[in-house]
Design a protein around this ligand. Structure first.
Ligand code: AMP
Length: 187
């Protein structure tokens, strides 16, 4: 089963993606994590990524698409992909379609964790303390949220027409969201 988790920063995609990946013995593809790993390598691309993230911008589609390509074509994890934070733009969504077609895969479920700015701001504050993430200061967060809302609107329109698109109330407690997700992935 291939699943996309979709929703603004702080909506709990990562938490739910980890849960699903464990439950289905799948592989979480978090582009945020992949990008942070690339920054640690301190390459030229890493420096560009660090700059974009610190400004609350999206990293270019070209860089992100390139970084996830090998994972999608990795036969060992075929049909066990949990996308967390990808795709985030229409171009990425179309690129994902292309990669999936070429690797003879499809998306089975798309979860949209819908949550408002207030709720997410509270969560981000908490995460800042727990995970010490440098890109999570509140100003950058506001930029990230707004960028997300602007850029991902077309992606939402693109996916919401699909039969396997499921909108969930992301302001619910983590466990409650998990329970709802369970009703769709329990096979
Ligand atoms: P996240 O950990 O998913 O909140 O991502 C942290 C930051 O990484 C985001 O605010 C973006 O700047 C960047 N990022 C993560 N995923 C993508 C993506 N699919 N496309 C572009 N930028 C991304």
């Amino acid at each position: 089963m291939n699943i996309i988790l979709f929703g603004p920063p702080g909506a709990g995609k990562g938490t739910q993606a980890k849960y699903i990946a464990k439950k289905l013995n799948s592989y979480q593809i978090s582009t945020g994590e992949i990008l942070r790993e690339e920054i640690k390598k301190n390459t030229e691309i890493g420096k560009k990524i660090a700059h974009d993230i610190s400004e609350g911008k999206f990293v270019s589609d070209e860089i992100v698409n390139k970084l996830i390509k090998n994972l999608i074509f990795d036969i060992k994890i075929k049909d066990r992909l949990i996308f967390d934070g990808y795709p985030r733009s229409l171009s990425q969504a179309k690129n994902l379609d292309k990669f999936l077609n070429e690797s003879n895969q499809k998306i089975d479920l798309i979860f949209f964790l819908n949550v408002n700015k207030q709720t997410i701001l509270k969560r981000i504050e908490k995460r800042k303390v727990l995970e010490n993430r440098s890109d999570d200061d509140s100003n950058t967060f506001i930029k990230r949220y707004d960028t997300y809302m602007e850029t991902t609107k077309p992606v939402l329109d693109f996916y919401s027409k699909n039969q396997n698109f499921i909108e969930l109330d992301g302001s619910l407690e983590i466990d409650e969201i998990t329970r709802k997700i369970d009703t769709f992935i329990n096979v």
